[in-house]
Design a protein around this ligand. Structure first.
Ligand SMILES: NC(=O)c1ccc[n+]([C@@H]2O[C@H](COP(=O)([O-])OP(=O)(O)OC[C@H]3O[C@@H](n4cnc5c(N)ncnc54)[C@H](OP(=O)(O)O)[C@@H]3O)[C@@H](O)[C@H]2O)c1
Length: 286
């Protein structure tokens, strides 16, 4: 397979000129389907970890991206990194606390005003707690549910209302988890939230398919991000992850660029209601 026409502009890949030709010389795959040139996206949690990996992928594919998070410092650092990849116009940052669900419409409106419109929504912001279920205070449980499940719902509502009013479709990407499928000790709140995300993807996909709004999810395995730093730093856990994952390593935020571009773009135009697991094969074995 050769890349005969690919070129880099301002370090952003111009997919419309990419064409892969297979060795037989008879089959070509036009990668313009993956282009996000001219598209706009809001990525919550885009200042860190998986969200930043996804935002980077979307920028490389040509999108203008608004990232959000609570920390101004993390937003500034992430913004600098995204602008290095895509140029000064490629990204902007909005600080907002998703635990304040009443403030979510204002976050969406700020992103829409800054970008002109939001055509892709990635709900990556999330939190976890680690405590046995009988020892977990209810307010801690409710906070995890609010940030991980209610906020993506509320933001997706804002997105869908705007797209339906404009008579245009769009793509929503939720971030699920291995905990959407199974659980581990001390993860009751997180498992409940991610199990909810799995079903929310299906419910929203069904409600909004008539309007051309696709809703899919990405289910990460164990990924090396700040959220997992205590686990990465635990030698036993680290060894277990590397042994347990068929591909033999932790995932990295960069591993999410391709799947996110695929789900955001026309390359996945007949897909909705699906969770794509990016887990190094974790769920394929036991
Ligand atoms: N890492 C993994 O192995 C793994 C596996 C499965 C699923 N996931 C999911 O992947 C997503 C991203 O996690 P990550 O691993 O990339 O963790 P991370 O690096 O800790 O990122 C979490 C992001 O969420 C934002 N956030 C947290 N609370 C928020 C709040 N109240 N309001 C607004 N933003 C908030 C953080 O920004 P601020 O701190 O600035 O608010 C940060 O950008 C989460 O949904 C997580 O559940 C991760």
């Amino acid at each position: 397979m050769t890349n005969d026409e690919g070129r880099m502009t301002n370090r952003r890949i111009t997919f419309h000129v990419l064409r892969f030709t297979f060795d037989s010389g008879r089959t070509t795959v036009d990668l313009s389907l993956f282009s996000l040139a001219g598209k706009t996206a809001l990525v919550t949690g885009g200042n860190s970890g998986i969200g930043l990996g996804i935002a980077t992928g979307l920028v490389k594919a040509g999108a203008r991206v608004a990232i959000s998070g609570r920390s101004e410092t993390k937003c500034a650092d992430a913004l600098a990194a995204l602008r290095t990849v895509g140029g000064a116009d490629a990204a902007l940052a909005i600080t907002a606390d998703l635990a304040d669900t009443d403030a979510i419409p204002a976050l969406f409106d700020r992103a829409a005003a800054a970008l002109g419109r939001v055509e892709i929504l990635v709900n990556s912001a999330g939190i976890t707690t680690r405590s046995r279920a009988d020892l977990t205070p209810l307010d801690q449980y409710e906070r995890v549910l609010r940030v991980n499940l209610t906020a993506p719902y509320a933001l997706s509502q804002c997105f869908a209302r705007a797209r339906i009013a404009a008579g245009l479709g769009g793509s929503i990407i939720m971030i699920a988890s291995l905990m959407s499928e199974a659980s581990r000790p001390t993860t009751s709140a997180y498992t409940a939230s991610k199990g909810g995300i799995r079903q929310l993807v299906r419910a929203l996909a069904v409600d909004w398919a008539p309007f051309g709004i696709r809703v899919n999810g990405i289910g990460p395995g164990f990924i090396r991000t700040p959220m997992n730093q205590p686990l990465v730093d635990n030698p036993e856990f680290d060894a277990w992850v590397k042994k347990r994952a068929p591909l033999g390593r932790w995932g990295e935020p960069e591993d999410f660029q391709g799947p996110a571009v695929f789900l955001a773009s026309d390359a996945s135009r007949f897909m909705t209601g699906q969770i794509v697991y990016v887990d190094g094969g974790w769920l394929a074995t036991f």
